[in-house]
Design a protein around this ligand. Structure first.
Ligand SMILES: *Cc1c(COP(=O)(O)O)cnc(C)c1O
Length: 410
């Protein structure tokens, strides 16, 4: 065992998910504290020079430096690992650090990466702009089209990267089918599972090799701090990820891990409440009429509803809507909201809304946006934990104020 690894903490075989979320991974210190302790330390001391030598030779299992491992970060990693059903987890400073580390730790010049096109803006930037600079060939395709995957994977690939449901248009990709095609082509599959959260979708159980998170989103869930995580097999983590992380330093701060480990305690309760609220809001928006599109994975009108129901246990917290009248109506509507905040974050207890074409996806060309369905009238609403009726009242008054007339459903 390497010195970056932590002692295996609490958790018993047979604990159910909610118990693991509250107690999994906790290691109590010498003061028998109730809550997880915050070990705000960068280094560790040794009882003797011999002990330090043994630690560096990896002959003994102990913490040596917080870039490699920290007890509070270890508790967060172990709790998330249990929730995901993964052999190993490594926490990172942000979601993007997790995405980049998961790719770069295993790729080299000459490799090929196939990715779905509907990605979080920075993920798209890594795949389309950064990786090719290092001689890695990258191909972006329509992730909902299995024939496109088959064709793109035909020459072989080292790695597949995808996000489902996608940001911001909530497209759903068939994980089991893509995994089968990718494995046949010799590729490892990385799934960005941020929108679904580890509660609603388990990509590893569907055959994926690596799952990445922005813990900044639902895992924190209260808009306080940045974080990310990578979950995979022990073989992958030991061979590829640990060497990269130790020497390049994308590690999570102990303070953030302490916030996030407490976030996990309430994650499944919050996700259930997010889903309930999001369904209510989506149904109201669809029933109200006057809106060109309402996108939410568990709505009857979602083109991939059956697939979403097969691989997710809930629709998630994000609803996308497209207003007639493009940017000017969308902006009037945003500016008329009184409760829902304009913000590009998501997965927060507070409901947040953004106009992807001018914020998260403004860097893309108009053609790429059109290809992804990111029109000037599209808005991404992250439904929070307020009372759904207050949210609906706010949305209704803002729609009316901005001139979006209701058309009663037939
Ligand atoms: C936010 C987000 C990321 C990036 O995470 P950060 O914590 O902001 O670095 C990656 N993927 C998806 C789908 C996201 O929503």
């Amino acid at each position: 065992m390497s010195a970056s690894d932590k002692p295996r903490p609490a958790g018993r075989p047979g604990w159910r998910q909610q118990t693991e979320l509250v107690r999994g991974g906790q290691v109590r210190g010498p003061f028998d504290e109730t809550a997880e302790a915050l070990y705000l330390t960068s280094g560790y001391v040794y009882g003797s020079a011999e002990e330090a030598e043994a630690a560096f030779k990896q002959e003994i299992d102990r913490f040596v430096y917080s870039r490699y491992g920290n007890p509070t970060v270890g508790m967060f990693e172990d709790r998330l690992r249990r929730l995901e059903g993964a052999e190993e987890c490594r926490a990172t400073a942000s979601g993007m650090a997790a995405v980049f580390a998961s790719l770069i730790c295993q790729l080299k010049a000459g490799d090929r990466v196939v990715a779905s096109r509907a990605l979080f803006g920075s993920c798209e930037f890594i795949i389309a702009q950064i990786l090719p600079r290092f001689g890695i060939e990258t191909v972006l395709i329509d992730g909902t089209d299995l024939t496109a995957w088959e064709q793109a994977l035909a020459p072989g690939a080292a790695c597949v990267f995808l996000e489902t449901p996608s940001n911001p248009t909530l497209e759903v990709i068939d994980l089991a089918a893509v995994v089968e095609l990718a494995h046949a082509a010799g590729a490892r599959v990385i799934v960005d599972n941020v929108f679904a959260s580890p509660v609603l979708q388990k990509p590893l159980a569907l055959g994926a090799d690596i799952v990445v998170y922005s813990a900044t989103k639902h895992i924190d869930g209260q808009g306080r701090c940045m974080g990310g995580a990578i979950l995979a097999s022990k073989a992958f983590v030991d061979e590829h990820l640990v060497p990269l992380m130790r020497h390049t330093g994308p590690s999570m701060s102990p303070f953030n891990a302490w916030v996030l480990v407490k976030g996990l305690e309430t994650l499944s309760l919050r996700m259930a409440a997010h889903c309930d609220n999001a369904v209510k809001v989506a149904r109201y928006l669809e029933g109200r009429g006057g809106i060109r599109r309402v996108l939410y994975p568990s709505l009857e009108s979602h083109p991939q509803r059956a697939l979403a129901q097969r691989q997710m246990t809930g629709g998630g917290s994000i609803v996308a809507i497209e207003l007639e009248g493009g940017k000017s109506t969308a902006f009037r509507f945003l500016n008329a909201l009184r409760l829902v905040d304009i913000s590009n974050n998501l997965g927060d207890a507070k409901s947040l809304i953004t106009h992807p074409a001018t914020t998260t996806h403004q860097r893309l060309t108009p053609e790429s946006r059109a290809e992804l369905g990111i029109t000037d009238g599209l808005l991404r609403l992250s439904v929070g934990l307020e009372d759904a009726d207050d949210l609906i009242e706010d949305l209704e008054q803002a729609l009316t104020t901005s001139g979006v007339t209701a058309i009663a459903a037939q």
